[in-house]
Design a protein around this ligand. Structure first.
Ligand code: BTN
Length: 244
């Protein structure tokens, strides 16, 4: 990987290519705090403490793609995980069939994880962390949750620098379009991709965690979820949690 070439391809000033970091989220946050201009990109070949949503671990061995793109905060930050995952899902679907977008920001092949997105807010910027299983190969039971990779699905070895540039560009464009045109611009497509299957979700109410099914989303940031009793309730998208 060549950071200068990647910076030029993407038209951004700061790209870090690391052999190993704890998490590219922390490395990118550090780059931003030290005054690097946005957007900036941190890629690592491995992560020793890669993380997912809700405190989960993201296994980050050689062969996968792990990067964080730090961008200026936009006006509908709650939509960024959905938009990024949707755009990555669309790109990966051009490499392999049968991928599903799982609420709110995972990409699965059947029940196996292929990619995930983690968006964190750091003051006036957002860190979009992307993990994609590309060239790894696991035996059954070797990963904490069922996982797959592009290599396992296609038998092909993918060029990591090409995939990095392509996915980082897609996320950058998504951030720009979300900032300028709003979630409404993506709404119909994301709604269709999410509602293609009945998605189990959770939310916290008082001291309990309630399991429900995603019924619908609105273009203004609400979700309708259906309880086991059949009753539907509306709550902000940000309060609806995915189930792994
Ligand atoms: C999830 O499935 O909950 C999201 C996983 C996001 C993993 C990526 S890998 C690059 C970036 N650095 C991290 O520590 N996490 C994200």
């Amino acid at each position: 990987m060549n950071p200068e070439r990647i910076a030029e391809t993407l038209g951004i000033a700061h790209v870090e290519v690391c052999e190993e970091v704890a998490s590219t989220q922390d490395a990118a946050k550090q780059a931003v705090s030290s005054g690097k201009s946005l957007p900036c990109l941190v890629y690592a070949r491995r992560q020793s403490r890669g993380r997912g949503r809700m405190g989960r671990t993201w296994l980050s061995r050689d062969g996968g793609l792990y990067f964080t793109l730090a961008v200026n905060r936009i006006s509908e930050p709650w939509a960024l995980p959905l938009v990024s995952a949707y755009l990555i899902h669309r790109k990966l679907s051009s490499c392999v069939e049968d991928l599903a977008l799982k609420w709110p920001n995972d990409i699965l092949h059947r029940d196996a994880k292929l990619a995930g997105v983690l968006v964190e807010g750091w003051h006036d910027c957002l860190g979009v962390g992307v993990g994609v299983n590309i060239n790894q190969e696991w035996s059954a039971g070797e990963t904490p949750v069922p996982a797959t990779s592009l290599f396992m699905l296609t038998g092909r070895v993918f060029d990591l620098e090409e995939m990095l540039c392509s996915l980082a560009r897609i996320v950058m464009r998504g951030v720009d379009e979300l900032g300028s045109r709003g979630f409404r611009h993506f709404y119909e497509d994301i709604r269709e991709a999410l509602l293609a299957s009945r998605q189990p979700v959770q939310f916290h109410y008082k001291d309990t965690t309630i399991t429900a099914a995603l019924h619908d989303i609105t273009s203004t940031g609400d979700a309708f979820v259906e309880l086991k009793s059949g009753k539907r309730i509306k709550l902000p998208i940000m309060h609806v949690l995915g189930i792994s």
